[in-house]
Design a protein around this ligand. Structure first.
Ligand code: FES
Length: 319
């Protein structure tokens, strides 16, 4: 008999029993449907104790790395502490730095104990009920959580971050979520990263994390904006490309690139799909405008990338 802790309750799980059944007997509600490892509605996360491998069959590498598992497939072998996969906990953070990167983007750095992977997203809360999600551009080893905020004079949270919250002030963050982050894998896959606007934030994090992990395969980062002035981190990325032979930076603009020979002019989807025909052995990361993400997701699949190797973060506008 092993003991699984869920919130403040300890639940005994008999040999051969699933965690889902044991929790239900203790009157703990876990969403579930198929009870066969197919629908993933019973997704939970382990905070301590080993996760049986069978309980993670069918999950992505990103979910496995974060200790997600399926309660209906979990026969615990040792004591564990668990919670629901979607449970939200908020973390304190302190603003340590903010800086406009151009007319449209603000860089914000926060100090927090919250764990994260570069490329995930978090919500910043102005009040307990008013928050917005932003992708994370920094690596945990950077020591500060970096967000790239699209500057909107009438934006509820973006305007508050730019003009209201001052360095040294506190705010709250939701736990980091999302699966758009780097996992080592073989280390030799080609990484294809494409984003629009502040979709660069998670891709910048993923690229730097891959380089920090000595990723051997080529890394192509396409960052697109409407005009040259709307691109940002251009010098940092060009410098990164100079330092790493396997990192290739491709800035893309819709128009007015004539004065800027380093820029690619055209549509991001057209440019990426015309240059990368065979995406077997590739991992693809797509972030930013939902229409672009959907188009390139489909094209990437048709060009040979496995669905589990296409990681997306579409920036849907808040309702
Ligand atoms: S209930 Fe469907 S995967 Fe567990």
């Amino acid at each position: 008999m092993v003991v699984v802790r869920y919130s403040d309750t300890e639940v005994a799980v008999a040999a051969g029993d699933t965690l889902l059944s044991a929790l239900e007997r203790a009157d703990i509600t876990v969403p579930n449907s198929c009870r066969a490892g197919l629908c993933h509605s019973c997704l939970m996360v382990a905070h301590s104790g080993p996760v049986p491998a069978a309980a993670q069959r069918g999950l992505t590498a990103q979910q496995v790395a974060q200790n997600y598992f399926l309660a209906c497939q979990c026969h615990p072998q040792e004591d564990m502490a668990v919670s629901l996969g979607g449970t939200e906990r908020r973390h304190d953070a302190v603003l340590v730095h903010k800086q406009p990167l151009n007319d449209g983007v603000l860089r914000v750095r926060l100090k927090t104990d919250m764990p994260w992977f570069a490329g995930q997203y978090t919500s910043v809360w102005k009040t307990p009920a008013e928050g917005r999600s932003f992708s994370i551009a920094s690596l945990p080893e950077d020591g500060q959580l970096e967000l790239h905020i699209r500057r909107r004079p009438d934006g509820l949270i973006s305007s508050w971050l730019e003009h209201g919250l001052q360095e040294g002030d506190s705010c709250q963050l939701s736990g980091a979520r999302g699966f758009c982050f780097y996992t080592p894998g073989e280390g030799s896959e080609t990484l294809l990263l494409a984003g629009t606007g502040t979709g660069l934030a998670p891709l910048y994090g993923v690229a730097r994390q891959a380089l920090a992990n000595q990723h051997r395969g080529d890394i192509h980062l396409y960052a697109a904006s409407g005009s040259p002035e709307q691109l940002y981190l251009v010098d940092e990325l060009a410098e990164l490309a100079e330092r790493h032979d396997n990192f290739h930076y491709h800035p893309v603009v819709k128009c007015a690139a004539e004065q800027h020979p380093r820029l690619n002019q055209g549509d991001l989807v057209d440019i990426v799909s015309s240059r990368h025909h065979d995406l077997k052995q590739h991992r693809v990361y797509l972030c930013g405008a939902p229409a672009m993400v959907r188009k390139l997701q489909k094209l990437s699949f048709l060009q040979g990338a496995a669905m589990t190797d296409i990681l997306v973060d579409a920036f849907e506008a808040p309702a």
